[in-house]
Design a protein around this ligand. Structure first.
Ligand SMILES: Nc1ncnc2c1ncn2[C@@H]1O[C@H](COP(=O)(O)OP(=O)(O)O)[C@@H](O)[C@H]1O
Ligand SMILES: [Mg+2]
Length: 252
């Protein structure tokens, strides 16, 4: 069965960067692991970090299925939705990607969401790892479109405010009905004494600190150039830090 790993935290803290680098390391360490990345952040840009092109999101598709005229005559609705869901899957050599897309408008989405849940459940059995770049509110997990999470990384930048916000995400996780296994804190964009300075705030969150990712100018440069983070050199500080975190988790 696939392992579900989710990455959470408020916008701009480094979730997508961490997710992309984690997947980079997992693949570099073992090419046999099959990976589905799910971008569940409405502000979706995991595809860019991974260097993949997306043509349609799940949200676009769910919206489309609300219009009866979009369904070809004689085709049952569930067959149509499944067919469309398959089209939203981006396949590449190392990683496949699904993009959830923006928030859903008013009205009931129960029916397509049920289909989406089933689709994800079935899809899950094709992969060793499902990695989810989530939004701060953890909506897809609370709605159970994502069935469960084995390991959750809560990301914070190197500020007291960031750590407090990570603490609130931790509270949200504790309130979820879905089962969540290990929960770890990762502090990003750190300098030499960030962790010392933040240690009291970190302790208050109750989160287990698994590592830090230093501020890395090569990450900033690639981002400025609009290039995939996936292409960072092995000796970049951020890559090495993520590798260390991966080893501590012992997930693969
Ligand atoms: N370790 C790091 N060093 C330098 N810049 C970073 C680092 N991690 C993230 N960033 C930068 O911070 C910004 C937000 O990162 P991103 O991963 O997109 O955050 P999120 O997905 O949480 O919104 C980006 O411009 C990214 O380049
Ligand atoms: Mg992001």
């Amino acid at each position: 069965m696939a392992k579900y790993v989710a990455v959470a935290g408020k916008g701009g803290v480094g979730k997508t960067t961490f997710t992309a680098l984690l997947l980079r390391q997992i693949i570099n360490n073992n090419r046999d692991i099959s990976i589905l990345a799910v971008d569940a952040d409405p502000n979706a840009n995991l595809n860019e970090a991974l260097g993949l092109e997306v043509t349609a999101t799940i949200s676009d598709l769910l919206e489309e299925t609300k219009n009866p005229k979009a369904i070809p005559a004689g085709m049952p609705k569930d067959v149509f939705v499944e067919y469309k869901l398959q089209q939203t899957l981006v396949e590449s050599q190392d990683i496949d990607l699904l993009v959830m897309g923006g928030p859903q408008g008013p009205g009931c989405y129960c029916y397509p969401n049920d289909l989406l849940r089933k689709y994800l459940e079935n899809l899950g059995s094709n992969y060793d790892l499902i990695a989810i770049d989530t939004e701060a509110g953890l909506e897809h997990i609370s709605r159970r479109t994502i069935p469960h999470v084995d390991m959750m990384f809560v990301i914070s930048d190197s500020s007291a405010r960031g750590i407090r916000s990570a603490g609130r995400v931790h509270d949200l996780i504790k309130g979820l009905h879905s089962a969540v296994g290990e929960v770890y804190l990762v502090v990003t964009k750190t300098s030499d004494n960030s962790l010392d300075a933040l240690s009291e705030e970190i302790a208050k969150t109750g989160l287990k600190l698994i590592g830090e990712i230093p501020l890395d100018s090569s990450v900033v440069e690639l981002d400025l150039a609009g290039q995939a983070l996936y292409n960072l050199p092995d000796d970049s500080k951020a890559v090495q830090a993520v590798q260390k975190i991966l080893e501590r988790t012992q997930i693969f």
